[in-house]
Design a protein around this ligand. Sequence first.
Ligand code: SF4
Length: 493
Amino acid sequence: MLDLGQVPIYSKDRTEKDPIVIAGGPCAYNPEPLAPFIDCFYIGEGEVQYDLIFDLYKEHKKNGGSREDFIEKMLEIEGIYVPKFYDVTYKEDGRIEAFTPNHPKAKAKIKKQIVVDMEESFYPDKQIVPWSKAVHDRVFLEMFRGCLRGCRFCQAGMIYRPVREKSKENLIDSAKELIDSTGYDEISLSSLSTSDYSHLPEFMDMLLDTCQNERVNIALPSLRIDKMTVDLMNKVQGVRKSSLTFAPEAGSQRMRDVINKNLSEEEILNGSKLAFDAGWNRVKLYFMIGLPSEEEEDIRGIAKLGEQIVDTFYTIPKGRRKGAVQVAISTACFVPKPFTPFQWTGQNTHEEFIEKSRLIKNSITRRQIKFNHHDSQTSVIEAVIARGDRRVADGIYQAYKGGSTFDSWTEYFSFDNWLQAFEKADIDIDFYAHRDRSYDEILPWDHIDIGVSKEFLIKENEKALKGQTTPHCREKCSNCGATEFNGGVCYEN
Ligand code: SF4
């Protein structure tokens, strides 16, 4: 984008005539691999500081200040991180030795900014309706931010803490306004884990009323499958009864406990049974391979769970079953992410992933099961960048120069190009992706404060290794540190 826009790629090469390049979003929580390309990073939810940033910019333009002056002024805004005002030194073995601010106003910790009261938060009621077909070509209703569950591999579950809900009345008002102003005939509910919305059945009844009056369809996201959600799916017209999605993430109960996916085999099988009974016949199952402490038994468990679901279909009396059952098993490769309890874990190698996929394939004995696995080469690159430091930026630049652009499209992805780029930039894949890190190592993202403490993440990692689970935030607070935001689920009741 920068190159096409004729904006110098490196921040240091930009002049007065160039725009100020600001990056944000979940990937920016570890800003370091992009540090030399970006003028300022913003850590947190945009609407909290947008006004302040734009006001500052207007004021600055009025006073005729330079680009550099403005970037320096940005240091005063909470959540803003300007990489050039920090120096990094490295130990001989390549690990970070120190990370030090080099400007008096540069903060030692950059604090995540969040909307604490979602009732008062801004939500655009006149959204842009594109002329061309867009990916999300419908009304989007954000019900809440954050996730209660605390899956240990999940970055979103940690960085969006704490859970903050909107009231059902507020949501219905927004839905009506958005339907009116956009003319869309479909509405989609968006949240990390929609089933955990605390007033889901009442809210859905209200939304169904609104949508039926307006002849608007409701697109349901993937829900935790239990009696309540099967009833709900039955009520919502237009939900196709062909495919049902579960994300058990791991094949054995031991492994699901390790990752804190509080989902039992019984719940999965009961959920499938309810859905088959209600007319579904296709199930998609999402898993991850390469999770910490994984053993052969856990891998075989993926195939076994698929087979148990096939068997469950045949427990429904013949007259009530619809068509033939199909179970699609998909596996992704585990990528350790910053700010998760697994941020210290080394990733499996490409060869290990291939071996594990082969094991699953060979363990499947039923023809009703289809198996797809995600290519591990992209996951290895992802692991280098996800937990990378500033030195990784050169590898990204070399890969770009070598032709890597639309890497998410498999036909454009070239593993060889990335390997060559990393070699040119002297980046050791093992060091970044496959190495276990120790708790006392300075991590490239340690200067970013998400409100969840490192002590909590360490405790969760230790519990994972013992196969111990942690209850979700509504069952019991586990003292993660997010109470400091003074809102959301931590203060319910
Ligand atoms: S402080 Fe407690 S309730 Fe709040 S997000 Fe953390 S674990 Fe959940």
